[in-house]
Design a protein around this ligand. Structure first.
Ligand code: HGY
Ligand code: MN
Ligand code: MN
Length: 407
């Protein structure tokens, strides 16, 4: 039994047009008009595939394919929101491969013992509203619904108001429900599968992630008449912190990664000494104790930079997800499926967060990775070869069948 690769390819093309950038990437920020159009496109396809579609309080969309029994479903999920000038595979590929699994089951009128449900999670990226994976986080009971509703984007717009505006503020409670297994196909977003000539990654777990935000209060002043000896330049302190974050990753080394991805200077003009700077710090490691050490180093770096420049620093650690191992039975099912489809594969760990990380809090979860060309992602160059996608989607299909069981 196989998926219909041409049909999947057409779906990738079609959905990829919604929010497409001039360079062939994707900007489809959570709850934007493009996200609404992408969601509407998916809901139409889900209904065409005979799924019972529901939307919950966080705008998560579920399409259920009935099973022979009403036992807990096998859920196949991911997301359709993207980062700005991102790629058309991150998230979207997992949702479309899930749809293709449903379509392949329909083609052969296959009945499974457990229902199979396709899930689309809201705001996985954390690009517009923070933190990332906010909707699966609410479902897992790790983020309060009210906090998620009140999350604001950079223009101060609330998440709940955007859910309402685009018509995806659903009535279904966003709460944990039992499931037989959660499966997510995703691009690796790193270089290892491609380097080793592999088509499928059998994901064993996801790294721990820590997000912090630093606000530096200096003294805004004129760039000309203010003598250097009396300056308190927020951007000078920020520059030391940015260099310090890179130093932490280099000195702790191992698997630790650390990034300052967002930095905002105020008033951000040529002839004023920056009075205020905010910056983000993203640190990840498969070992939680190492991430704790990195956080302590960050606090020391911020303290020193603040004292040297005589500025006030507010460091807020606002998001933390622990290292998340996947369920052994689900990982084994994915591995059996990869072998059965003849995919060159190996076990691998995810350096990116995914909704599977919070779904693993609720029940047995696992992931299927496919390679990223040059390891690139969160950029318009993001790409995966269709023959690798075919191996991945067929692995997803057989793993879902394995876990959902024959009628
Ligand atoms: O941040 C992440 O790892 C994911 O892309 N949201
Ligand atoms: Mn993703
Ligand atoms: Mn992403």
């Amino acid at each position: 039994m196989k998926i219909d690769t041409k049909r999947l390819e057409r779906s990738i093309e079609e959905l990829g047009k919604i929010g497409q950038t001039p360079r062939g990437g994707l900007t489809r920020l959570a709850l934007s008009d493009e996200d609404k159009r992408g969601r509407d496109w998916m809901v139409t396809r889900m209904r065409e595939a005979g799924l019972r579609v529901t939307v919950d309080q966080m705008g998560n969309i579920f399409g259920e394919r009935a099973g022979e029994t009403t036992r807990p479903p096998v859920i196949i999920g991911s997301h359709v929101d993207s980062v700005p000038t991102g790629g058309r595979y991150d998230g979207q590929l997992g949702v479309l491969c899930g749809l293709e699994v449903i379509r392949a089951l329909n083609d052969r009128q296959i009945r499974t013992r457990h229902p199979v449900t396709l899930a689309i999670f809201t705001n996985e990226e954390g690009a517009r509203f923070q933190p990332a994976m906010i909707a699966s986080g609410v479902m897992a009971g790790k983020i309060a619904l009210e906090d998620a509703y009140n999350a604001r984007d950079k223009d101060g717009i609330r998440l709940v108001d955007e859910l309402e505006r685009i018509g995806y503020l659903g009535a279904e409670p966003c709460v944990a429900r039992p499931f037989r297994a959660y499966l997510e196909l995703h691009i690796e977003q790193g270089p290892f599968l491609e380097e080793e000539g592999l088509s499928v990654g059998v994901v064993e777990g996801i790294v721990a992630i820590a997000w912090s935000r630093l606000t530096i209060h200096g003294v805004q002043d004129h760039a000309g008449p203010t003598p250097m000896r009396i300056r308190h330049d927020a951007l000078v302190a920020a520059a030391e912190v940015v260099a310090g974050v890179r130093r932490i990753a280099r000195e702790i080394a191992g698997d630790l990664v650390a990034t300052v991805g967002n930095l905002v200077v105020t008033p951000n003009i040529v002839n004023a000494i920056p009075g205020r700077v905010t910056l983000s710090i993203d640190m990840r490691d498969p070992r939680d104790p190492t991430l704790d050490r990195a956080r302590a180093s960050l606090e020391a770096i911020v303290r020193d930079a603040g004292e040297r420049e005589g500025v006030r620093c507010e460091l807020e650690h606002y998001w933390r997800v622990p290292y998340t191992p996947f369920d052994r039975d689900v990982v084994d099912a994915v591995e059996r499926a990869a072998r059965a489809v003849g995919a060159r594969h190996r076990r691998i760990r995810s350096g990116a967060g995914h909704d599977a990380q919070y779904m693993a809090v609720i029940g047995p979860a696992g992931m299927v990775f496919v390679p990223s060309r040059d390891g690139r992602s969160h950029c318009e160059e993001e790409f995966t070869e269709i023959h690798d996608i075919e191996y991945g989607a067929n692995t997803l299909l057989l793993a879902a069948l394995d876990l959902a069981g024959p009628a």
